[in-house]
Design a protein around this ligand. Structure first.
Ligand code: ADP
Ligand code: AMP
Length: 217
């Protein structure tokens, strides 16, 4: 099963993808996580991406498209995957569609997570991430077992791009560059809209219903 998780920053895509990836036994491919790992390792891609990420801008399409194209060649993707945070532009969506066509594959469903801006800002402000295993928590909505510490034992951090001044820029970028994908996939009959204004488990139920029911909205 090949799924795309689409939606604004902070809506809960990564949280849901992590749960479903375990349940459906397909990899969770998050371009944001891949870039943060590349930055931590100071690889050429990480070094190039850093200034864009820190400013809340999108990393250039060609960099991301190459990264994803290589990742999709890995054998663990043969039974499907969840793409989280990719595609983020029409150009990326077209590149993905080309890769899939070349392999005679297609996307099964695009889940569009919808949430008002006020809630998004609250979710991002309280987000704490594990720099080692990438697990994500929220200081009040989804706290770690021990304050400030991931279940893997690593100290949690606040992402630099989760600070309020960068969040504003990211929401504008989302509106201008990513939100056109909603209509793009709706026209292809692939889109299911998920109301993300509920607790984590309720949202998971909605996602599963949409994936199994293949209902467009
Ligand atoms: P995204 O991957 O879309 O940027 P995340 O999955 O990282 O979003 O979630 C953003 C923040 O919101 C995290 O701190 C996460 O713990 C929290 N969160 C995720 N889903 C929910 C939810 N349904 N209700 C409340 N908080 C949530
Ligand atoms: P995320 O973890 O999905 O919130 O992504 C964090 C940052 O990584 C974004 O603000 C972008 O700078 C960059 N990024 C992640 N995915 C993409 C993508 N598909 N295209 C361009 N930039 C991306």
């Amino acid at each position: 099963m090949r799924l795309i998780f689409l939606g604004p920053p902070g809506v809960g895509k990564g949280t849901q993808a992590e749960k479903l990836s375990k349940e459906y036994r397909i990899p969770h491919i998050a371009t944001g996580d891949m870039l943060r790992t590349a930055m931590a390792k100071k690889t050429p891609v990480g070094m190039e991406a850093k200034s864009y990420i820190d400013a809340g801008k999108l990393v250039p399409d060609d960099v991301i498209i190459n990264l994803v194209a290589e990742r999709l060649k890995e054998p663990d993707t043969s039974a499907g995957y969840i793409l989280d945070g990719f595609p983020r532009t029409i150009k990326q969506a077209e590149a993905l569609s080309k890769i899939l066509k070349e392999n005679r594959q297609g996307i099964d469903r695009v889940l569009y997570f919808d949430l008002n801006e006020e809630e998004l800002v609250k979710r991002i402000a309280g987000r704490r991430s594990c720099p080692a295993c990438q697990k994500v928590y929220h200081t009040s909505f989804n706290p770690p077992p021990q304050e400030g510490i991931c279940s893997c034992g690593t100290a949690l951090v606040q992402r630099k791009d989760d600070r309020p001044e960068t969040v504003k820029a990211r929401l504008v970028v989302y509106r201008n560059e990513t939100s056109p994908l909603i209509q793009h996939y709706r026209e292809q009959g692939l889109l299911s809209q998920i109301d993300a204004d509920a607790g984590v488990d309720d949202v998971t139920g909605r996602v599963k219903e949409a994936v199994l029911g293949k209902k467009s909205s």
